[in-house]
Write a new protein. Structure first.
Length: 161
């Protein structure tokens, strides 16, 4: 084999390696962009969950929502965010109420209940809410502090602020 062929093969190998290195660099760049987008989406979802918790806790404190329903909704969001939050003393009541009301019907199954059973379950919900009212409000206050401490700002639809 002549020296010219060796130089041609060497040049082809160098060009191939350089091309592959350039391609690998582009792929790594794309991975970094996708990771940044994913992190941004996770942060956006976290902020949205906190904003939802803020709204629910405000509604619970203002008695604008059934307390048991508010507790159940808050539990779902906290499960999404970080279930270790339930270890905070004021929030320990939330899973306790969720457990006590787990047997009660919700959504479509509740609407399919006969009126008598639905009223019985409603009385049970009201009884639980009455027994835990102060602790539920304390948990809602804790959620308010948690949301405001993390910079969550919810716009008031009535005032436009």
């Amino acid at each position: 084999m002549s020296a010219i062929w060796l130089w041609v093969i060497l040049a082809a190998c160098i060009l191939t390696v350089a091309g592959l290195a350039l391609y690998a660099h582009r792929l790594w760049k794309e991975v970094r962009v996708r990771q940044a987008r994913a992190a941004s989406e996770v942060e956006r979802a976290r902020v949205q969950c906190l904003a939802n918790l803020d709204v629910i806790s405000r509604a619970m404190l203002a008695d604008q929502v059934d307390l048991v329903e508010g507790v159940l909704r808050a539990c779902v969001i906290i499960d999404i965010l970080d279930s270790t939050l339930f270890e905070r003393e004021p929030l320990k009541v939330l899973p306790e109420i969720r457990e006590k009301t787990a047997h009660l019907h919700t959504h479509q199954s509740r609407s399919e209940l006969p009126a008598r059973e639905r009223m019985k379950e409603d009385r049970e919900r009201l009884n639980i809410a009455g027994n835990y009212r102060d602790r539920i409000h304390a948990a809602a206050m804790e959620l308010q502090g948690m949301c405001s401490g993390l910079g969550v700002e919810v716009k008031d639809a009535t005032s436009g602020t």
